[in-house]
Unconditional design. Structure first.
Length: 676
């Protein structure tokens, strides 16, 4: 194939002297949970090999600890054979793709009572208080890093990435808040950076010159007492001198009160920081965070912000993102929408397998495949929301003839509400992808068609799939039909006026979305880096300590008084995603939204909403009550089909409303379509 012209920089090779990267795209590190799963390494081999075939230039694995006190990892010779399953699979799939092991010592964040740190200071989000390392312990850690890199080399990896950011062990040596030592490893910044620099030196000495060594620096850690710009530069130059081939820039500690990877973050928001550092170093630099399409990556490279682009979650969403870009099929890319629901939220709770909302096959490559059907059928799918779209496209991809009926004038269902919420504009991308897949796979899409059970029977389909979704639940309450009551669909679509004093009944995901929409003013921060920086108190140009020291967030908001309420007595928003819920709560709190739990709804009248809050009677003098009280499955067509003795299968929200969950709906539909 000729060299592509649409993305000349993205597809240009990078010469490291002893080796060459075929393009500038990296699959960034992301812990998948496969590392601990039964047959996990065989599954990882399939997972990474699929991404290698998809055209990426280099892969960086999920983090592996150099020793037991740092977490699960590569620190015994017996482990190397399992890792060869991964490296050999990647190199067999694409000999020109490099794969590097990320060495991740979690330090005080390790899930073990034996965790260690420079000082015995417990992390706010850590499970255990760490043991402070003595001199012998520090030397052991240094040797363990070197040994881990050597084992990686023996296992067939092309290099390692040492992560020195995010609140993990190496970064805790850098900050005074976590390093209160008075010996050669603490005190001045020269001393505090001694440990990470020595890690690089020992790793380089262990692996020799012809092995890729990447170091991930905390370029902007989003902490009031974080690194200054001068310290970032000093550290970066020191690790460069110690022998790294590539410097990777990282943004944010896990404890930092600034979102950096959620859908509310603008695309490529942080690359300017990498670009500033790139002017001061001689080795190539990697940038990352919210770069989810090839045109965004190309623009970053064209600005001179980086030499390499890291995309982790985008390659969960679509393992062929680079191949499609190379072939001019960008509109077929299943874009990462940065929802975090199936990837990071699963990864951090440690209880569920990491995957992807828009691509349920991610991390399930050995168990979920869309193979050609041996007996193609004529299928009807009723409803073109997320579950109907997922089923229809997978089934059609497998060779079935699919007719997709949708009562409204557009596909998308509840995604058409989500895409209207400021900060969730990425949801447009998923609908763009499905519209393209409908064309690619020849699905017969019939919009504005509220198909009846009798009509379905007359068409004699082999099977009928009912994906009619949900309908909002209206609680039984005195005054629920009062003119000031508005359903959430009407509120989001702008079909009803919203007053200046608003009560939102229900604080699930939809309640938060409505609160976000009606409390927001001005342009969306997800679409404008300057707005985002103002909203979260980031100074990209001055780069104070951590990028945020002394900068007050300035959120543009309406002059509404808003109450966001729930019956449950636990924290409002407790059921939101682990990696994004805190940001939604913080943003609404800063806008003055009043969050109430333990609420019993009594009645609605001209005076407002009468409630009891933890047993105490209150009148909320509001002029609008927006109901976000859950959903009910819409099954009328399904019941009509059963009455006509037509076998039908229910999927998505029509199968289970519960908490509205596109992740569950798409996964359920895709798995059924894989075996129909």
């Amino acid at each position: 194939m000729n060299k592509p012209t649409s993305y000349p920089l993205l597809f240009s090779p990078l010469d490291l002297g002893f080796t060459r990267l075929k393009n500038r795209a990296i699959m960034g590190s992301m812990h998948t949970g496969l590392e601990e799963a039964e047959d996990g390494f065989a599954r990882m081999a399939a997972y990474y090999a699929e991404r290698a075939r998809g055209g990426v230039g280099m892969i960086i694995t999920g983090g592996m600890s150099p020793n037991a006190e740092g977490g699960m990892g590569l620190h015994k010779d017996v482990n190397a054979s399992r890792h060869r399953l991964v490296t050999e699979a990647v190199h067999a799939a694409a000999p020109d793709v490099k794969i590097c092991l990320q060495i991740l010592h979690m330090g005080s964040l390790a899930h073990t009572p034996d965790c260690v740190a420079p000082s015995a200071i417990k992390s706010r989000i850590g499970a255990f208080s760490p043991r402070a390392l003595d001199e012998a312990g520090i030397d052991k850690q240094l040797n363990d890093f070197a040994n881990c890199a050597l084992l990686a080399q023996e296992a067939g990896y092309d290099g390692v990435e040492i992560i020195g950011s995010a609140g993990y062990l190496l970064s805790t040596f850098l900050l005074e808040r976590t390093n209160q030592r008075t010996d050669q490893w603490g005190g001045s910044f020269d001393n505090r950076m001694r440990f990470p620099v020595e890690v690089v030196r020992r790793v380089r000495a262990a692996v020799g010159p012809s092995f890729i060594v990447i170091y991930r620096v905390p370029a902007m850690d989003m902490l009031e007492d974080g690194l200054s710009w001068d310290e970032v530069v000093q550290l970066s130059k020191a690790v460069e001198a110690a022998g790294v081939n590539i410097v990777s820039t990282h943004f944010c500690w896990h404890e930092a009160p600034v979102p950096t990877i959620a859908t509310m973050v603008p695309r490529a928001a942080f690359t300017q920081v990498t670009g500033k550092l790139r002017q001061l170093l001689s080795v190539p630099l990697i940038t990352s965070n919210r770069i989810n399409m090839p045109d965004v990556a190309e623009a970053v490279l064209a600005r001179g912000d980086a030499d390499l682009i890291s995309m982790a979650r985008p390659m969960l969403a679509d393992p062929e993102i680079m191949l499609k870009a190379q072939q001019g099929r960008e509109d077929e890319i299943n874009t990462c929408i940065a929802c975090n629901q199936a990837c990071l939220d699963h990864g951090f709770d440690g209880l569920r397998q990491v995957s992807c909302l828009v691509n349920p096959r991610a991390c399930h490559e050995t168990t979920l495949n869309y193979l050609p059907s041996k007996a193609p059928k004529n299928l009807a799918v009723i409803g073109a929301g997320p579950s109907g779209l997922a089923f229809a496209t997978v089934a059609a991809q497998r060779g079935h003839k699919v007719t997709l009926f949708e009562a409204s004038n557009e596909i998308g269902g509840q995604f058409n509400l989500a895409k209207r919420i400021p900060g969730k504009e990425e949801f447009h991308e998923t609908l763009r992808y499905f519209r393209k897949m409908i064309d690619v796979h020849g699905i017969d899409l019939r919009l504005n068609t509220a198909v009846s059970a009798a009509a379905v029977k007359a068409m004699a389909f082999d099977e009928v799939i009912v994906a009619t979704g949900i309908e909002p639940r209206m609680p039984v309450l005195d005054g629920i039909d009062h003119p000031k009551v508005v359903g959430y669909i009407d509120a989001i679509l702008g079909r009803a006026p919203i007053g200046k004093r608003v009560a939102i009944m229900g604080a699930g995901g939809i309640g938060f979305d409505v609160a976000q929409m009606i409390s927001h003013a001005g342009p969306s921060g997800a679409l404008d880096v300057q707005v985002f920086a103002r909203e979260w108190g980031i100074d990209f140009s001055g780069h104070p300590r951590g990028g945020v020291a002394g900068i007050q967030p300035q959120l543009a908001s309406t002059d509404r008084t808003i109450y966001l309420m729930q019956r449950k007595t636990d924290k409002v928003g407790n059921g939101l995603g682990r990696t994004t819920g805190w940001a939604h709560r913080l943003a609404l709190t800063r806008r003055g939204v009043k969050m109430l739990n333990g609420v019993e709804y009594l009645k609605i009248d001209d005076a407002g909403l009468h409630v009891r809050v933890h047993g105490e009677a209150r009148l909320l003098e509001v002029d609008t009550v927006i109901v976000c009280a859950g959903q009910l499955s819409r099954r009328d067509v399904y019941e009509q089909l059963l009455a006509l003795d037509i076998h039908a299968t229910v999927i998505g929200g029509a199968f289970e409303a519960g908490e509205l969950d596109a992740k569950r709906a798409i996964d359920h539909a895709s798995r059924l379509a894989a075996v129909v």
